[in-house]
Structure formats: C-alpha cells, structure tokens
Design a protein. Structure first.
Length: 254
C-alpha cells in the first residue's frame, strides 16, 4: 500500500485507533473519509479536521452499510482504500448463557459480519481501481487468547483467516489485502484501557504502524514490535507461557 495519494474510507473511526490513523493519513497527503454512528462526533471531527470528510454508518446494520457505501462512492468515486476499523470488545463469563450470549452475538455481528458486509459493499468498485487496498484489523488476540474476552478473540481470529483467504482469491485483481494487528493500545475499547500501563500509547502505535506501511509497501501484515510477543508464541514454541503471561499480567489488555 502506498502511503500517500489515496482516497481512504475508515468506518468505525470516530475515536481511538481509527481516528488517530485517519488524522495521520490525512496529514500524509491522503483524502480520508471517517465513518461512525454518532453524528455529534462526526460533526466535531469535521470541525476540528477540515480536510477530513465524514459519513454516518452503523457497521452492525447491513442497510446502513449499503446506504453509506453509495454515499461514499458518489462523493469519492476515486476511493481506492477501505479500512475495516469498526470493532467492539466485551468481557464475558461463559459459565451460563445469560452472561455471554447477547454479548457474543453483538461482538460477532460487529467484528465479523461488519467487515464482511463492508468488503462486499466496496469490492466491485475497488477492483476497478488500478491500485486498491483493503486493510482488515485483527489483533494480537487472534493468536493468543485473553481469558475474559472469548468472543472478541474468536472474532479477530476469524478476521485473520478471512484476510489470508481472500488475499488468495483476489490475487488476480488489483486489490491488496493488508492485515493490521494491534497489541493492547490505550483506547476506550475496554473500561480503563486508555490508562493501562500494559497498553501501548496510541500515538506511538499509529506512528509505528504508519511507518511500517511506508517502509513495507508490500507487507501482508502490519505488526508493531509490541504485538509480536502474542503473534508468534506458537512459532517460537512458547505459546503456553505467552498465554499464562498475558492472562496474569493484564485483565484488560489485548
């Protein structure tokens, strides 16, 4: 993926990693469209960052995705990058269904069906662009589980394998698939995570991730150094120790 000269849609980016990434990519010479559910946040982003366009979208709602995609493409027919950023994380207790079922369904709808529906809404258009990219967003927890967030872990593992699979299918097109794999980052994904000493500062994560995009334009996975502990435990042969360390050190980390 080239680092400038793109037109980029980032749904689910009114805060956290998505917004920070949108601001940084806009500063590097890209046209950026931020998508989110809350119009007051979109209005504030538009006022604070005049170079960034905004579109209302609820990535848990198939009809909203379809409507937003039409609006984005009508306003930005040169769109060539989609970042499927939207995601939620819930603490769950799987001892009884009333403690986890509703949460699990919500997480899977947002974190798995959302990206699938987004890709479906844009993939035909992206194949018409000479240099297009879909950036999926998984997590270090796709590779090492955090005990308290089973559905989130599973959703991000699904995104990893989805990315691997559609990359193979789309090899005969102009569309590249790049998987962004964050570690725990100081955002409000879980209560208290924005102040967690175990989480990576947001500005440091975005700076390192964007630099990797710049220096590794053909990378399939974007991995900051902090995530490699979780990403490669099985390959290193210390998976059990990584699982133990993760779950002992940070009940709210990723």
């Amino acid at each position: 993926m080239k680092i400038s000269g793109n037109t980029i849609f980032i749904p689910g980016s009114t805060s956290g990693i998505g917004l920070a990434l949108a601001v940084e990519l806009n500063a590097r010479g890209n046209t950026v469209i931020v998508g989110g559910r809350r119009t007051e946040l979109l209005d504030r982003i538009a006022a604070e960052h005049p170079g960034i366009d905004t579109v209302r979208i609820d990535t848990a709602d198939a009809a909203s995705i379809e409507s937003a995609a039409k609006e984005v493409l009508a306003r930005h027919p040169d769109l060539n990058v989609l970042v499927t950023m939207a995601g939620i994380m819930r603490v769950e207790d799987w001892h009884s269904p009333e403690s986890f079922l509703a949460s699990a369904e919500s997480v899977i709808t947002t974190n798995v069906l959302g990206p699938i529906r987004l890709i479906a809404a844009f993939i035909e258009h992206l194949q018409t662009r000479p240099d297009a990219t879909v950036v999926t967003v998984s997590s270090g927890l796709a590779f090492t589980p955090l005990k308290v967030t089973p559905s989130y872990n599973a959703s991000k593992a699904a995104i990893h394998m989805l990315s691997e699979s559609i990359r193979l299918q789309l090899a005969d097109t102009t569309v590249k698939i790049v998987e962004l794999e964050p570690p725990s980052v100081r955002t409000s994904l879980l209560p208290g995570q924005e102040n967690s000493e175990h989480a990576m500062p947001l500005d440091e994560f975005v700076a390192e991730a964007v630099e990797l995009l710049r220096t590794q334009p053909d990378a399939k996975e974007i991995q900051v150094e902090r995530v490699k502990f979780l990403r490669y435990g099985e390959a290193r042969g210390d998976y059990n120790q990584v699982v133990e360390t993760l779950n002992a050190s940070d009940p709210h980390g990723r």
